[in-house]
Design a protein around this ligand. Structure first.
Ligand SMILES: Cc1ncc(COP(=O)(O)O)c(C=O)c1O
Length: 384
C-alpha cells in the first residue's frame, strides 16, 4: 500500500523515540515519505480526510469538507502555500519576536474562538523554526498545546497538529527532549520527520510520517495508496544504508559543525554594526543550559540555543535588506520570503543559510577583512 519498508520505518521511530516522541500506531500508523514537503502534503490530506469522516462519515455530500490550516509566519512558506493545490485554505498568523516567533497562547486562543475560524482545525507546528533557528521554549509549547487540546471547532471537531520535525536533533539536546515529552502528550498529531536536513542531503528526499492517534492511523492506507502506490526502492536502500552505518554521535558532530558555523557567522557579522543589529545574540560563546538569559533586564536567547542552520538577523533601521548583497557581498534571504500575505511592520530581518561553506579561522578573518573593505568601497553611495 505504498507505506514503505518496515525496517526503515522503525529507524525513524527509534530516532523520534530518542526525543520522547512515542506511541506510533503499529501497522497502519506510519509511512515513508519523500522528505517533508511530500510528507506534509499527505499529512494535510490525512487530516482533512479524517475530519471529513468524523464530521460527516460516508453520508453523501456534494463537496468534501475543507478544514483550514493555520500557518505561523515567519516560516517555511512553501508549507503554507501548498495547501492551495489541495483546495485547502491557509490562514496566516504572524508571530512576534517577543514570543520567540512562535504562537502566543492567549492570542491563539482568541483567534480560534472567533466564529469565522471554526474551520481552522489543522495547525502547523515546528519546534525548531525556519528562519529563526531556535528551539521553542518548553513552557510556551506546553501552553500552546493546552489551548489546542481544549479547543473545539465546527460541530465540536478537535484540532489536528502537524508536527514538522525537519531539524529535530539540532541544538540543545536536553531542551529537545523536554519539548518531545510535551509534544508527546498531544496525541492528535501527525509527526513528519524528513531526513533531508538531518542527514544534510536535501535531494535525498527520504522521510517519515507517523501518528500515535488511532483515528488518524485508520485513514493512512486510504491516503498513501492513492498518492504513492509504492515508495522508491533506490531511495529506501540508500536511507537504510545511512541509518545502519551512521551513528548518532556522527550525526551530532554534523550538528555541532553547523552550530560552530552559526557562531562564526555571528562573529563575522559583528564587524558590520552599521548594517546588522546583533543585540539579541550573546557572543560570549559559553555553554549552558538556560533557555533564556537576562541581559539588561531583558530576556534574550543565547547563541547556544541556536538550532538548525540559519541565522535570522535584525537589520539596522534605515537599511534596505535588498542592498545587503551589494554592501557586503553576502547573499541573504529577505524576510518577505517568510511571510504569506502579511507585510510586517517594525524592524527588518534577513536570513543567512549555513552548511555548505566551511568556516575555518583563516577564512573567518578573510571574510571579516572583506566586509570592512566593502564598507569602504560602498560608503560613498547614497542608498536612500
Ligand atoms: C521547517 C521546514 N519544514 C520543511 C522543509 C522542507 O523539507 P524537505 O526538503 O524535506 O521537503 C523545510 C525546508 O527548508 C523547512 O525549513
Amino acid at each position: 500500500l505504498g507505506t514503505g519498508w518496515r525496517g526503515l520505518i522503525n529507524h525513524h521511530i527509534e530516532y523520534l523515540n530518542s526525543f520522547n516522541l512515542t506511541g506510533y500506531v503499529p501497522e497502519n500508523g506510519s509511512f515513508v515519505s519523500y522528505g517533508a514537503t511530500d510528507g506534509i502534503t499527505r499529512a494535510y490530506m490525512l487530516a482533512r480526510y479524517t475530519l471529513h469522516q468524523e464530521l460527516y462519515g460516508n453520508k453523501p455530500r456534494k463537496y468534501e469538507y475543507s478544514p483550514k490550516i493555520l500557518f505561523p509566519t515567519p516560516g517555511f512558506t512553501i508549507l503554507g502555500k501548498l495547501p492551495r493545490e489541495l483546495g485547502i485554505q491557509t490562514v496566516e498568523m504572524v508571530t512576534d519576536k517577543k514570543d520567540n516567533f512562535f504562537y502566543n497562547p492567549q492570542k491563539l486562543k482568541e483567534f480560534l474562538e472567533k466564529e469565522e475560524n471554526q474551520d481552522v482545525l489543522i495547525v502547523d507546528l515546528s519546534i525548531i523554526n525556519n528562519p529563526v533557528s531556535t528551539i521553542v521554549p518548553p513552557e510556551q509549547l506546553k501552553q500552546v498545546l493546552e489551548v489546542l487540546e481544549n479547543h473545539r471547532g465546527r460541530n465540536g471537531a478537535k484540532v489536528i497538529v502537524i508536527n514538522d520535525c525537519a531539524y529535530l536533533g539540532m541544538g540543545n539536546q536536553k531542551q529537545l527532549k523536554r519539548n518531545g515529552e510535551i509534544m508527546n502528550s498531544f496525541k492528535r498529531r501527525i509527526d513528519v520527520l524528513p531526513m533531508t536536513k538531518i542527514f544534510g542531503r536535501p535531494s535525498f528526499r527520504g522521510g517519515f510520517v507517523g501518528t500515535p492517534d488511532e483515528a488518524l492511523a485508520t485513514h493512512i492506507p486510504a491516503i498513501t495508496k492513492l498518492t504513492s502506490p509504492s515508495v522508491s526502492y533506490a531511495m529506501m536502500a540508500e536511507a537504510m544504508a545511512i541509518w545502519d552505518f551512521v551513528k548518532f554521535e556522527d550525526q551530532l558532530s554534523f550538528f555541532d559543525m553547523l552550530h560552530h558555523r552559526q557562531k562564526k557567522l555571528l562573529e563575522i557579522l559583528s564587524v558590520r554594526p552599521d548594517i546588522f543589529n546583533l543585540d539579541e545574540y550573546i557572543l560570549s560563546g559559553e555553554e549552558d543550559d538556560q533557555e533564556m538569559k537576562e541581559v539588561n533586564g531583558e530576556q534574550r536567547k543565547s547563541e547556544d540555543e541556536l538550532a538548525a542552520f540559519y541565522l535570522y538577523v535584525q537589520v539596522q533601521d534605515g537599511i534596505d535588506p535588498l542592498d545587503i548583497p551589494y554592501r557586503t557581498r553576502c547573499y541573504v534571504n529577505n524576510e518577505d520570503t517568510f511571510y504569506l500575505n502579511s507585510k510586517r511592520k517594525g524592524p527588518k530581518y534577513v536570513r543567512f543559510a549555513l552548511g555548505v561553506e566551511s568556516l575555518s579561522d583563516a577564512k573567518v578573518e578573510k571574510i571579516k577583512k572583506e566586509l570592512i573593505h566593502w564598507k569602504k568601497v560602498t560608503d560613498f553611495v547614497n542608498f536612500t
